[in-house]
Write a protein of this length. Structure first.
Length: 168
């Protein structure tokens, strides 16, 4: 930890870094929920759809690891997405013990629309930020995430296509 940060300092609920990180996440999730609601998705579910679309995960286990969900929560999310018609589960042809995930036609159509919706939400949320501000924010968040030795970011280094983390 840096010398200029005093871990024993008493933090108020409304002024600490943790508060701002959690609030920023909540604000973005609420805004994203409103944007993807017409598709029949929630902000929590778009990660599953996009990971399948971009081929970053193909099994419930891989999905759980990529999104940092416990397996029970992931099973419930996949149940909801399957019931809504976005994903399907199927046994692997190679290993029948393995369940593989795939997008349905409806899931693929949603996945095609998501990047533009996400870009619109982020553009609105970052209104007033310069390109340098955004680049600095991304770099700082990457460093913040990298400080956890167990973190396995989906988008890191060469795997990030653009400054916003979307594949190009």
């Amino acid at each position: 930890m840096s010398d200029d940060i005093n871990p024993k300092r008493e933090l108020s609920m409304g002024s600490g870094l943790g508060y701002f990180l959690a609030t920023a996440r909540n604000v973005l999730a609420a805004r994203m929920d409103r944007a993807v609601e017409p598709l029949g998705l929630t902000s929590s579910q778009i990660g599953v759809v996009l990971l399948l679309w971009y081929g970053h995960a193909r099994t419930p286990f891989e999905m759980s690891r990529a999104l940092s969900y416990d397996t029970g929560s992931m099973t419930r999310m996949l149940d909801r997405l399957e019931k809504k018609g976005f994903v399907r589960r199927q046994r692997s042809d190679v290993d029948r013990r393995v369940v593989e995930l795939a997008l349905t036609a409806q899931g693929e159509e949603a996945a095609r629309q998501l990047p533009a919706l996400i870009d619109a939400v982020l553009s609105e949320q970052l209104r007033g930020f310069s390109a340098d501000d955004v680049a600095t924010l991304v770099r700082l968040l990457q460093r913040f995430i990298a400080n956890d030795p167990q973190a396995e970011p989906i988008c890191a280094g060469d795997r990030c296509g653009g400054v916003d983390g979307n594949p190009q």
